[in-house]
Design a protein around this ligand. Sequence first.
Ligand SMILES: Cc1cc2nc3c(=O)[nH]c(=O)nc-3n(C[C@H](O)[C@H](O)[C@H](O)COP(=O)(O)OP(=O)(O)OC[C@H]3O[C@@H](n4cnc5c(N)ncnc54)[C@H](O)[C@@H]3O)c2cc1C
Length: 285
Amino acid sequence: MRITEKLMVKDQLISFEVFPPKTDSAFDSIEWSVRELAAFNPDFMSVTYGAGGGTSQYTTKIASLIKNRLDTTALAHLTCASTSKEKIDEILEALKENNIDNILAMRGDIPTDFVKPAGEYYKYASELVAHIKKYECFDIGGACYPECHPECDSLEKDIDNLKIKFDCGVDFFITQLFYDNGVFCEFLEKVRKKGVYAPIFAGIMPITNIKQIDRIISLSGTKIPPKVSDFLEKYKDNPTELEKAGLDFAINQINELLSNGVNGIHIYTMNKPHVAKTVLKGINK
Ligand SMILES: Cc1cc2nc3c(=O)[nH]c(=O)nc-3n(C[C@H](O)[C@H](O)[C@H](O)COP(=O)(O)OP(=O)(O)OC[C@H]3O[C@@H](n4cnc5c(N)ncnc54)[C@H](O)[C@@H]3O)c2cc1C
């Protein structure tokens, strides 16, 4: 089912993000997590795309498992920075053959050690979106950044670029993770003022360990509010309490967003069924 069709019957969606295996040998354990997560009946499940594009077949395979065997709406991520136009079309055909009808179209980042194969490439996600639109059989999602994309000089400029992406045919957006709902609300106001009317799903990543959060901050530049830094400091040597505090924080954050009328919550589950289970139990849905 297309995500926009889901939104016609339900005004707030709850979705999960999973990552695919990198090798055949890891497939079974990832399949187990995906099955456990699908059993919670999310409105859709998204599958990430490896930065270099070399494992794209696993994104399609996991998305197909979700859609065709677990009877859950699937959203396949696709990035164009390190995947040629020719390969993009091969992937789109494979997704079509597997009845996947939702794609999260992104530019992606080029890994530092990656040697880009010869060929033509789309420069920005908006160009990829415009291309996918021609297929007419996919709903198209785009990424957005309440705290500004790290490469952009200002949030205003980033939102101008977001408007270009929207005008190229994005049906819905999913945000980068954030921990301050005020930041999200201000972003939403600015984006709507610019004329970007597509539904925007809030990306929420429950904090479950210190290493994970350190990595995220260094990659995305996400601001950590005092409430979060307080429990990170307090429980830095107590992983059980830290996870508990992280999950509690995520539940409160989600409940506030839901009561403020957000279009949906996209939970970065990191393939951990117990994280999804705890969060779902705590939220007012
Ligand atoms: C929800 C979500 C899921 C993600 N999943 C994945 C994944 O599965 N795999 C993966 O590798 N990465 C993933 N990413 C990371 C994403 O690929 C990176 O953040 C990447 O750096 C930007 O991708 P984009 O599609 O937002 O790029 P774009 O929309 O192309 O924007 C990239 C930069 O270019 C600027 N820009 C855009 N258009 C123009 C223009 N016309 N002129 C000048 N500047 C412009 C923007 O302001 C921004 O700074 C995800 C991110 C999010 C938020």
